[in-house]
Write a protein that binds this ligand. Sequence first.
Ligand SMILES: Cc1cc2nc3c(=O)[nH]c(=O)nc-3n(C[C@H](O)[C@H](O)[C@H](O)COP(=O)(O)OP(=O)(O)OC[C@H]3O[C@@H](n4cnc5c(N)ncnc54)[C@H](O)[C@@H]3O)c2cc1C
Length: 404
Amino acid sequence: MISTILIIGGGQAGAQAIDTLRREGHKGRLILVGDEPQLPYQRPPLSKKFLAGELAVERLPFRHQSFYDEHGIELKLGVSATRLDPAARKVALSNGEEIVYDRLLLCLGATSRQLTCPGADLPGVHYLRSIADVPQIQAAIKPGARAVIIGGGYIGLETAATARKMGCAVTVLEMADRVMNRVVASNVSQYFEQEHRAQGVKIICNTRVVRLEGGTRVERVVCADGSTHEADLLVVGVGAVANMQLAVDAGLECENGIMVDEYCRSSDPVIYAAGDCTYHPSLRFEMRVRLESVDNAFEQAKTAALNILERPTVHDRVPWFWSDQFDNKLLIVGLSQGHDQQVTRGDPATRSFSVCYLKGGELLAVEAINHSKDYMAARKLIADRARPNIDKLADPQVALKEAL
Ligand SMILES: Cc1cc2nc3c(=O)[nH]c(=O)nc-3n(C[C@H](O)[C@H](O)[C@H](O)COP(=O)(O)OP(=O)(O)OC[C@H]3O[C@@H](n4cnc5c(N)ncnc54)[C@H](O)[C@@H]3O)c2cc1C
C-alpha cells in the first residue's frame, strides 16, 4: 500500500503534484520538502511584473498556507534533501531528519548557469532564478542606472525590458549573432532586437565576455574585442542546468537531467521526477528533451502523480512556452528541431505574425508573435500531425486552423 509520498522541490512541479495527489484521492502522508523558505510560488513574474514592482509578493504563491493545512500536507520549507538512499527508500534532510517513503517524486528544477570568466565571483554579479534574487536587482534598478545584461535569451531580454521600462540605460551582450538564437527563427530574433532597440535597449551581438572588473563589487564588463561596459547593475542570463546531483549521487540514471520514461518514472521504479530537472521522451517528436517551461512542469507533475497512484498515464504533450517583452507576447508551440521548411505568416512590420516549421509537409512548431489565434490553432494542428496547404499557410488572411 502507498502510505507515504515524499516530494522534493517546492516549485511549479512540486506544487502541482500535491494538488493532483490529493485531488485524485491519496489519503496517506504527503510531504513536501523545499529548500526555499517561501510557500511554492510561480517564477515567471520574477523577470516581469514582480521585478517591476507591479505584483506584490503575496501574489506569487500558488496556494495559501491554509490550503496545505486543510489538505494535511506536511511542508518542510527552508530544508534541503541532502542524500537519497534508494535501497532503504530514505531521504536525509539538511535539518538532520530522515524520511522513509513509499514513493518519491523529484521536482528539483534547474539552477542558473554560472559565468566562469575572471571576476565572475565579484559581489554584484546577479542571476535571476528565485524570489531571493530579486531584491538586490531591484535595488540597483534606478532611473539612469547602467544595467548590463549578459545573455540575450528569454530571461536576459525580459529583464532588459523591465529594467528599461524602469528607466535604466540597458545594454544586452549576446555571444551569438542574434538574440534567442537557439529557440526562434532569425526573423523573430530580428523583430525582438528591433523592438528592444526602439525602446532604447542597446543590443550587442557577436560579443564574448572575457572578464568582469571591479573593486568591492563588479563595475564593468570587458569583451573579447577590448570593449568595456560600465555596470551599475549586472544580470547574467546564460541558461540553466538541471538540478540532478541528488539523483546522480543516488545512482539514478541521469544525462542532461534525471532520465525518466513517458510515465515520469526514473530508473528506480518507485522514484519519479517532473519538471525542469528531467530529461524525458517527447512521444510526439520522438526524441528526448529537457524543457524549462511552466506547462511542462505542470503536465509532467500531473502525469507523475497519476502514475504514483497506479493509474497508468503517459506524458504525451505538445510543449509550449511564452515570453513577455515590453508589450510583445511570444508564444512557441511544438519543437522545431529537424524542420525542412519554414513559412512566415504575416508581416513583422504589423507587430503580429507567426513562423511555422514543417518537416516532410507536417507541421512541427509555430512561433506566434502577438498572435494568440495562430498559437491556439497550432496546438491542435501539431498534436494532430496536420499537413497544411503551404499556400494557405503562407496567407495570413486564411485562419491557421483552416489552412489544410
Ligand atoms: C525568471 C524566470 C522567468 C520565467 N518565465 C517563464 C515564462 O514566461 N514562461 C514559462 O513557460 N516558463 C518560464 N520560466 C520557467 C518556469 O518557471 C520553470 O520551467 C518552472 O518553474 C519549472 O518548475 P519546476 O518545479 O521544475 O522547478 P522550479 O520551479 O525551479 O522548482 C524547483 C524547486 O526545487 C528546489 N530544490 C532543488 N533541489 C532541492 C533539494 N535538494 N532539496 C529541496 N529543494 C530543492 C529548488 O530550490 C526550487 O525551489 C521562468 C523561469 C524563471 C527563473
